[in-house]
Design a protein around this ligand. Structure first.
Ligand SMILES: Nc1ncnc2c1ncn2[C@@H]1O[C@H](COP(=O)(O)OP(=O)(O)OP(=O)(O)O)[C@@H](O)[C@H]1O
Ligand SMILES: [Mg+2]
Length: 326
C-alpha cells in the first residue's frame, strides 16, 4: 500500500488535531480547524488549497509564529516532542536550526541595506561556530550550490541587484545554510514566472534529496504539487478534505473539491478538449462557516445530508477523504 509504505518511515513531524483561532473583541475566526498531518523523514509533502483555506496559518502554527491574539490547540509533535509545550527559548533553538520557513516574497525576507554575502555570512555565523573567513567560503559555496552564476562577484551585491528568481535562490541558500531537517516552503514560487518556478522547484528537490531533508510544500497549484510531492493534503476552509499519494489524488480523486481543483488545471495540450469546470462561487469567509460539509455550498453533487452532517475522513478508492457521496 502506498499510504502505509510512505508512513512506515520515521515521522519527523506529526500534527494532531490542530486548531488555530484568531480572537478579537468583535468576532473570533477559526482559520485552521482540526488539521492532522504527518511528514516523514526525507519526503516532500504537499498542502494545497485555494486562497484563504488556512495553509499559511497552518505553517505559522507549526513554527509557533502566530500573533498574540491567536490561540492554538492540538499537538505538534516534532521528533516526538510537543512543540506547543516548549519554552520560547527551546522553540527558538529548534526554529531555523531544525525547522526552517521559506516565504513567498523573497524580497521581504532579505534586508535591502546589506549585501547578499553579508546576510549569508551573518546567518552562517549565527548557526555554526565558524570564523568569518570560513563563513565567507561557505557562503560562496552555497551561492554556487543554488546555481547563482558568478558567486564570487554576486557575494558583494545587494538584493535589488538580483532578479526575483535569483532572490528566491538566495533565500534558499540562506535557509539551507541553517541545515534544517524540515523545510516549510509557503508558496516559494508564487511570485515567479512559470519557467523560473520549475527551476526553483527542481533546485529545492535536488537539495532535499542530497540532504535527506523533509519538505512541507505549500501551494494553491495542484499540478505543481502532484508532480513534485510524495504525499498530498488537500485543504478547504480550515479542514483537510482529502489526502493520499499524488497518483491517487490526481488520477482517482474522491472529494468533489479535489476533482474541481484538478479540472481547473489548464491543459497545456490544445488538442485535449477536456472540459474544465471552474469551481463555483468564492470560498466562504471563516467568520461564516457553512454547517455540515464546509464545501456543500459550492459542491455540484451535494446531498441533503451534506448540509447538516460533518463528514469524517475515511479510506475510499486509493486515498482518504471526507465526503458523504458513495
Ligand atoms: N493575523 C490574522 N488575524 C485574523 N485572521 C487571520 C490572520 N491571518 C490569517 N487570518 C485568516 O485566516 C484565514 C486563512 O488564512 P491563510 O493566510 O492561512 O490562507 P492561505 O490558505 O494561506 O491563503 P493564500 O493562498 O492566499 O496564501 C483567512 O480567512 C485569513 O483572513
Ligand atoms: Mg498563504
Amino acid at each position: 500500500m502506498i499510504l502505509e509504505g510512505i508512513f512506515n518511515t520515521i515521522h519527523m513531524l506529526h500534527v494532531n488535531d490542530l486548531q488555530t483561532t484568531f480572537i478579537s473583541k468583535k468576532e473570533s475566526v477559526t482559520a485552521v480547524d482540526g488539521v492532522s498531518l504527518r511528514i516523514p523523514k526525507g519526503k516532500v509533502v504537499g498542502l494545497v488549497g485555494e486562497s484563504g483555506s488556512g495553509k499559511s496559518v497552518t505553517a505559522y502554527s507549526i513554527m509557533g509564529l502566530l500573533p498574540a491574539h491567536a490561540k492554538r490547540t492540538g499537538e505538534i509533535l516534532w521528533k516526538g516532542q510537543d512543540l506547543t509545550t516548549l519554552s520560547d527559548k527551546k522553540l527558538q533553538s529548534i526554529r531555523g536550526k531544525e525547522i526552517a520557513l521559506i516565504l513567498q516574497n523573497p524580497l521581504a525576507a532579505l534586508n535591502p541595506v546589506f549585501t547578499v554575502g553579508n546576510q549569508l555570512v551573518e546567518t552562517i555565523m549565527l548557526h555554526h561556530q565558524v570564523s568569518k573567513e570560513e563563513a565567507t567560503a561557505r557562503a560562496i559555496e552555497l551561492l554556487k550550490r543554488v546555481q547563482i552564476p558568478d558567486p564570487e562577484k554576486r557575494f558583494y551585491q545587494y538584493p535589488h541587484e538580483f532578479s526575483l528568481g535569483m532572490c528566491q535562490r538566495v533565500m534558499i541558500a540562506l535557509t539551507v545554510s541553517m541545515m534544517p531537517e524540515l523545510l516549510i516552503a509557503d508558496e516559494p514560487t508564487a511570485s515567479l514566472d512559470v519557467t523560473v518556478q520549475a527551476q526553483i522547484m527542481l533546485l529545492l528537490k535536488e537539495i532535499q534529496a542530497q540532504d535527506n531533508m523533509s519538505i512541507l510544500f505549500i501551494s494553491h497549484d495542484l499540478g505543481l504539487i502532484a508532480q513534485n510531492c510524495d504525499y498530498v493534503y488537500i485543504m478547504y476552509l480550515g479542514h483537510i478534505v482529502e489526502e493520499g499519494a499524488p497518483s491517487a489524488i490526481f488520477h482517482n480523486p474522491q472529494h468533489p473539491y479535489t476533482q474541481a481543483l484538478i479540472h481547473a488545471i489548464p491543459d497545456p495540450n490544445p488538442d485535449n478538449k477536456m472540459e474544465t469546470l471552474p469551481i463555483q462561487g468564492d470560498i466562504p469567509s471563516p467568520m461564516n462557516i457553512p454547517k455540515g460539509c464546509r464545501f456543500h455550498t459550492r459542491c455540484p453533487k451535494a446531498l441533503d445530508r451534506c448540509k447538516t452532517d460533518v463528514p469524517i475522513m475515511q479510506k475510499k478508492g486509493d486515498s482518504i477523504s471526507a465526503c458523504w457521496l458513495e
